[in-house]
Design a protein around this ligand. Structure first.
Ligand SMILES: [Zn+2]
Ligand SMILES: [Zn+2]
Length: 359
């Protein structure tokens, strides 16, 4: 079970947890009434703050869309999963029929948190890249800027491990891609859409809290759109990536991302509403619009996968690029790195300055 921490004293809060009933969407948790009372004055700044609400809702929407995308285009053939305390062990099938698209293992009757862990495993870069257009749109009004931030994990035990059928185990990722925004409420927030693999299930978390609670250290800051551009370059046959990975997976994901954006556009036309509007609807209308948007995206992506399974269309288009892939130059990792502007919360400023010196 994901743990919830008191926003005041930072200790794990017992369930059922105390929240501020005025702002249930921008969760502030209290372990007891004493912590709640201590926070009464400081919380007034955040309570029902429209910027904060837009930030948290954008995070919820982006994460839900990303999970929908991943579930439709799952890239791992899972035999079964086993939970040992805090660690979810994913056992992979030997010799799956294909390497690219697999049915997400809903037949395993996973709990919601196990499902999110499975959806997010090894997908932090994808989560940043494939939601790039959407995050740009949804976060435009509430923020001064968006950056892609790479954190390194200071903890040693991993929360999600992949067991191959030959007995070897992937020891997980120590680098983690997220977005960081400087919001117009004076706070910096981390958008960690694929954090569930590290037992961090929230889409949005204040920057200071993220570094402290998740034991993460900022490693690199890049322009928003960096990872998407990098993947697009692979698809266009301009460069290759350092990782040992079948490049055709980027081709399929890139096509699917376009389908997803088309689905969003058609949903907007049908409903006479841009998705940005969802950020300030009342909660009931938001929930209904979000559900119908996710259904639309899922149906279109299922259609794409069905096409792919029937005639292998994307792979045929990919063959020309695959042939020259080996001879391509590696993508220059320095490209797109930015010097932080140095505004935002004190913690983000401090981290940014530290990064600037270290570079
Ligand atoms: Zn407390
Ligand atoms: Zn409140």
């Amino acid at each position: 079970m994901p743990q919830i921490f008191c926003s005041v004293c930072d200790t794990p809060a017992p369930q059922p947890v105390l929240i501020c009933l005025q702002c249930p969407e921008t969760p502030t948790y209290y372990c007891d009434t004493r912590c709640r009372d201590r926070d009464r004055i400081p919380h007034q700044k955040n309570c029902n703050n429209p910027v904060r609400k837009a930030i948290y809702r954008a995070g919820d929407l982006l994460q839900s869309i990303f999970y929908t995308f991943r579930e439709a285009l799952y890239d791992t053939s899972v035999a079964h999963v086993r939970r040992n305390g805090d660690v979810l062990r994913i056992h992979l099938n030997p010799n799956p029929a294909q390497v690219l698209l697999h049915r997400f293992p809903n037949h395993l009757n996973l709990s919601q948190s196990d499902k999110e862990q499975l959806l997010s495993v090894l997908s932090c870069t994808d989560s940043v890249a494939y939601t790039c257009d959407l995050s740009k749109r949804l976060l435009k009004d509430a923020t001064f800027g968006i950056e892609e931030t790479l954190f390194c994990d200071l903890r040693s035990p991993f929360s999600t491990l992949r067991h191959h059928s030959d007995g070897t185990v992937d020891d997980g990722e120590t680098m983690h891609s997220t977005l960081t925004v400087e919001a117009k409420d004076g706070e910096a927030y981390v958008f960690d859409l694929a954090g569930a693999q590290n037992n961090q299930f929230k889409a949005v978390i204040p920057f200071d809290e993220y570094c402290r609670r998740e034991s993460r250290d900022l490693w690199k800051i890049r322009q928003h759109g960096y990872h998407f551009k990098r993947f697009e370059g692979v698809v266009a046959g301009e460069h290759k990536l350092k990782e040992q990975c079948d490049p055709s997976v980027y081709f399929i994901s890139g096509e699917a991302q376009k389908r997803m954006m088309d689905a969003v556009g058609r949903w907007e036309a049908q409903n006479g509403m841009r998705i940005e509007r969802l950020l300030d609807l009342d909660f009931q209308s938001y929930a209904e619009c979000k559900a119908s948007l996710l259904r639309k995206i899922r149906a279109d992506l299922d259609g794409y996968v069905a096409e792919w399974e029937q005639n292998g269309r994307p792979l045929a288009a990919w063959d020309g690029i695959r042939a020259k892939y080996a001879s391509l130059k590696e993508f220059d990792a320095k490209e797109g790195t930015v010097v932080p502007r140095g505004s935002g919360t004190r913690a983000y400023r401090t981290w940014s300055a530290k990064y600037k010196e270290g570079d």
